[in-house]
Design a binder for this molecule. Structure first.
Ligand code: ZN
Length: 155
């Protein structure tokens, strides 16, 4: 394998940028402020100032999307496991308006959750009993009663 030549860093001007592995690297991606990048992945990095230059090519885009979907799956699985201790999956599916068996698929990792559903599951799982009670109350109220629920909780 040929030695990769270093290129000039736009930050510190050193000719020290080339593909390097690295632990603990993250990037902002879609809803995630810190998507963890694989440590073994060679990414253009400056050895002097440590600046990381994430390529904007299709290969990197596909990789980031795969990492993002895996992150959503993991978050949804954890949230569902927590919520399942408080309420049955069937009742949760009814509350969320998703089809029967969908939460089981997410829990098993055989389906990909949307960012919206992942966020909702995460919010509910952050404090399951009170949050589920609020969700029940939200659906039980008439449409104009939702404003009262929001105003009451803001006090
Ligand atoms: Zn640099």
């Amino acid at each position: 394998m040929r030695e990769q030549k270093s290129t000039r860093c736009p930050h510190c001007r050193a000719k020290a940028v080339r593909g390097r592995p690295g632990a603990g690297r993250t990037t902002v991606y879609k809803t995630l402020p810190c998507l963890t990048l694989p440590s073994e992945l060679l990414l253009p990095t400056c050895s002097r100032c440590r600046a990381l230059f994430l390529p904007t090519n299709q290969k990197t885009g596909v990789l980031l999307q795969l990492l993002y979907v895996a992150e959503l799956r993991q978050r949804a699985q954890l949230a569902i496991s927590t919520l399942r201790d408080v309420r049955s999956l069937r009742k949760l599916e009814r509350l969320l308006g998703v089809s029967q068996g969908y939460l089981s698929k997410l829990r098993a990792g055989t389906s990909n959750p949307s960012p919206e559903l992942t966020l909702l599951l995460g919010m509910l799982a952050s404090n399951p009993k009170p949050m589920l009670r609020r969700a029940d109350a939200f659906w039980a109220l008439p449409a104009d009663g939702c404003l009262n629920l929001a105003m009451r909780s803001a006090l």
